[in-house]
Design a protein around this ligand. Structure first.
Ligand code: SF4
Ligand code: SF4
Length: 127
């Protein structure tokens, strides 16, 4: 075999190895690593009744409309907000941002992916 033939064979082997390597890389790019499942979250709203002055801003600005003014009075004699349809609270905390008296706040509460939805656990948090 001539020197030229040997060089050509080496060239062909090198090309074959390179194409095999690029095929393996492409296959691994097609199948990205499985990402860990993100935890779900639900909203929770907390009302400190005695701080409330009954202005109703929180009710007016809640984007999901899950707040209403209670028929009850606090110690100051004001109606205070309460949650209706607790499953829809997103925990966005807009109510907390609008409240001039820091009497209400929303939060996102992480939930394990295996948790079953339980409406009883989503009750209003009242201090
Ligand atoms: S915004 Fe604050 S003070 Fe006004 S009703 Fe809501 S909780 Fe009460
Ligand atoms: S946290 Fe957001 S969705 Fe929940 S009650 Fe407050 S404003 Fe409404």
């Amino acid at each position: 075999m001539t020197i030229a033939a040997n060089a050509y064979i080496r060239y062909c082997r090198k090309r074959a190895a390179m194409s095999k390597e690029s095929a393996t890389t492409a296959a691994s790019e097609d199948q990205p690593e499985a990402k860990p499942r993100a935890k779900k979250a639900r909203g929770r709203v907390t009302v400190i009744r005695e701080r409330c002055k009954g202005c109703g801003y929180c009710v007016a600005f809640c984007p999901t409309g899950v707040l209403e003014m209670s028929a009850e009075f606090n110690e100051k004699g004001y109606h205070f907000p309460q949650l209706v349809g607790g499953r829809d609270c997103t925990g966005c905390d807009l109510c907390g941002m609008y409240c001039p008296d820091f009497a209400i706040s929303g939060a996102r509460v992480p939930v394990e992916p295996t948790d079953e939805p339980d409406i009883e656990k989503q009750e209003q948090g009242v201090e």
